[in-house]
Ligand binder design. Structure first.
Ligand code: 5GP
Ligand code: ZN
Length: 110
């Protein structure tokens, strides 16, 4: 837990978010400023700054996040119509929250 990290605060329950799924590895919640009809963030509980800071120990965690995306996409009703999974890595790519997260966006008309 990094006390100045917004996503660590959400994970700790110190800051509100619309959580749609959680387990011992990750929390999934709605993006506060959605860019699509469905916009979820899949966020590992472990504070990892960005994809550049992943270590070999995190392989299982990364796989779990992608595998979970399939289920939350289905729950959100966008699995068949289609969705994007995006990881913004570092500032130039648009990363503004430096706690690893994967965007799931979808819900456009097919
Ligand atoms: P990034 O640009 O770092 O990949 O994405 C960060 C995302 O977090 C943005 O889409 C932004 O709207 C979202 N976000 C920022 N602060 C909050 C917050 O306090 N709550 C929620 N639910 N989303 C947030
Ligand atoms: Zn954090």
């Amino acid at each position: 837990m990094e006390k100045d990290c917004l996503f660590c605060q959400i994970i700790a329950g110190d800051r509100h978010a619309d959580i749609v799924y959680e387990d011992d590895l990750m929390v999934v919640f709605k993006d506060i400023n959605p860019h699509a009809p469905v916009h979820l963030l899949l966020v590992p509980r472990k504070h990892i700054r960005s994809v550049n800071d992943l270590s070999a120990d995190d392989q299982g965690l990364v796989a779990a996040v992608i595998m979970r995306a399939r289920y939350v996409a289905k729950e959100a009703g966008v699995d068949k119509s289609g969705y994007k999974l995006v990881l913004n890595v570092e500032r130039g790519a648009g990363q503004v929250i430096f706690h690893l997260h994967m965007h799931l966006t979808g819900g456009w008309r097919a």
